[in-house]
Ligand binder design. Structure first.
Ligand code: ATP
Length: 527
């Protein structure tokens, strides 16, 4: 029963995971009930849109901060967790200095051994809770899960329990431990009882947790405490429940408005990359973002499989012929976003929030919503405006940051971050944007050395324009690389074609043929 799933199958990833679980089931790592539990998780994953949401990202950040501040953190591992994320568990233990302990509902020496073996095969040095080592007992639990290691869970102050059951979560919390759970069901007793609940698939959540912990590792205790104190588990869970509600309402609306099965019409199609998962491309492949302001160019970019299309307010210069982007209005952005969306099937579209569209948080939310309704999948905001960005993220609006040279407010277009004071300011802005939860950061016109440092320090991808080769991706005005006439051509622009010359040649030939009577000829005339 080992089917190979074609990567283009719409459910390829979930089928791959199921088959992996089955393999581990046959090896004695996963219990029978583990297969059922996974199915229940998958159902919730479907409802959540099978992505790491902004809510999950916030819980992950709080979890990472809590683990890093813990004195004796322990990662409790069961069969499913080991089968699905053994490597991430071992990496996380290393980053946060946690111990790993096997804890099973269906305990048998053989399963304990298999799980221990699996963890060790991916680098675990020590695995607690195996066989006689699980000699202590947690009160109030009926199952074999009460057996814990006196060097591990029994003395832990923070326990990460991916895929836990409600009884044990409750018991651990009662013992005064901080419990971090990963559970796709925000309604489960585990989710509702844990101190921090990451409502996400463990397969996606654990690698992000590792990266987040790596990133937060240099923070002071005070900074970590600020992160945890800003996190409220109950409201995060409520947000998750609301997110499911909104998604279902949205899908039902689409069905009843006659657009039929949800992914069919091009403008309604789901983008092929979930913006909240753009971090996955970091260190994997360079992200390409190009600008478009109209249907035709958008269609070409979509067919060329660029990663992101930016409806940039650069249209003020490129399309309207101004010297800057300051005069672009919301109405113009909406008009161009609609035109671009008409040409795009699955490439995510990012629309710039133009100058003065975010003077208050409410105004920013309303304007960003309009851009999303016009066809954008996310918005880009210039500058370190953390409060506004947080307000947008709270409304589930994906936001891309933009620092370095900020054309909307810059007096002159010049390189930023060349002095150490300015470089530190830009670095701080990058960290702040990363922490607040933008899905990527544009770095414009800064020295390569600085963009390299930023790229290495933030979790999310950096996308450079005039920021050198170390960024995680590049963005550029498409008209610039096509060699079309511009009001301003910065140093970093490289022409990949001379479309200006191609257009001129075509126009001059047309003029000539009309003048000499060879156009329109018979072939191009109605008879
Ligand atoms: P509770 O006792 O907490 O009310 P339960 O009886 O459903 O819930 P279990 O049977 O232990 O508890 O269920 C496991 C939980 O793990 C389910 O809530 C399920 O949604 C969740 N789950 C299963 N697979 C995954 C996964 N891959 N990632 C995250 N959560 C998952």
């Amino acid at each position: 029963m080992n089917h190979s799933v074609h990567s283009t199958h719409p459910r390829a990833e979930s089928i791959r995971i199921r088959e992996m679980l089955l393999r581990y089931f046959r090896q004695g790592v996963v219990a029978e009930a583990g297969l059922i539990a996974h199915g229940r998780g998958e159902a919730f994953d479907y409802l959540l849109g099978e992505r790491t949401t902004g809510n999950a990202m916030r819980a992950i950040e709080a979890a990472a901060a809590t683990l890093l501040s813990a004195k004796k953190p322990v990662i409790s591992v069961n069969g499913n967790a080991a089968a699905l994320t053994a490597e991430s568990i071992v990496q996380l233990a290393r980053v946060v200095g946690a111990r790993i302990e096997v804890n099973l509902y269906y305990r048998s020496a053989a399963r304990e051994d298999s799980i221990q073996l699996l963890l060790k095969s991916v680098g675990a040095e020590q695995v607690l809770g195996v066989r006689e080592a699980a000699s202590a007992r947690i009160p109030e639990i009926g199952s074999d899960r009460r057996r814990v290691d006196p060097q591990g869970i029994e003395i832990a102050d923070v326990v990460l329990v991916p895929l836990e059951d409600g009884d044990r979560t409750e018991a651990l919390v009662k013992l005064g431990k901080l419990v971090i759970a990963v559970d796709l069901n925000p309604l489960s007793r585990t989710a509702q009882t844990a101190t921090i609940t990451i409502v996400d698939n463990i397969v996606r959540a654990l690698p992000v947790l590792v990266k987040t912990a790596e990133h937060l590792k240099t923070r002071t205790r005070e900074e970590l405490e600020t992160i945890t104190s800003h996190f409220d588990n109950q409201s995060n869970l409520n947000e998750n429940i609301m997110a499911i509600h909104e998604r279902l309402t949205h899908l039902a609306d689409k069905q009843s408005s006659g657009t039929g099965p949800v992914h069919t019409s091009p403008s309604e199609a789901q983008p092929r990359t979930n913006l909240n998962e753009l971090w996955r491309m970091k260190n994997v492949h360079k992200i390409i973002m190009l600008t478009a302001y109209d249907y035709q160019l958008a269609k070409i970019l979509d067919q060329e499989d660029v990663d992101l299309i930016l409806v940039g307010d650069s249209l003020g210069m490129v399309f309207q012929g101004h010297n800057n982007t300051k005069e672009v209005t919301m109405q113009q952005m909406l008009y161009h976003t609609r035109a671009v969306a008409a040409g795009v099937t699955t490439t995510p579209i990012i629309a710039d929030m133009p100058l003065n569209s975010d003077r208050t948080e409410q105004e920013a939310i309303e304007n960003a919503r309009m851009l999303l309704n016009a066809g954008a999948n996310g918005v880009k905001i210039e500058g370190n405006k953390t409060a506004t960005i947080r307000a947008l993220l709270d409304q589930k609006i994906p936001v891309m940051g933009h620092i370095g040279l900020l054309p909307q407010t810059a007096e002159r277009y010049k390189v930023r971050g060349t002095t150490s004071v300015e470089a530190e300011e830009i670095m701080k802005d990058a960290l702040a944007l990363d922490a607040v939860g933008v899905f990527a950061i544009v770095l414009e016109s800064i020295p390569e050395k600085l963009s390299k440092r930023i790229t290495e320090s933030v979790r999310v991808p950096t996308i450079g324009i005039g920021a050198g080769k170390y960024c995680d991706g590049q963005v550029i005005v498409t008209h610039d690389i096509l060699g079309l006439p511009q009001t301003h051509t910065p140093k970093y622009v490289k022409k990949y074609a001379d479309c200006g010359a191609v257009l001129k040649a075509a126009i001059s030939k047309f003029k000539l043929e009309v003048a000499n009577g060879s156009y329109p000829d018979d072939e191009h005339t109605y008879h």
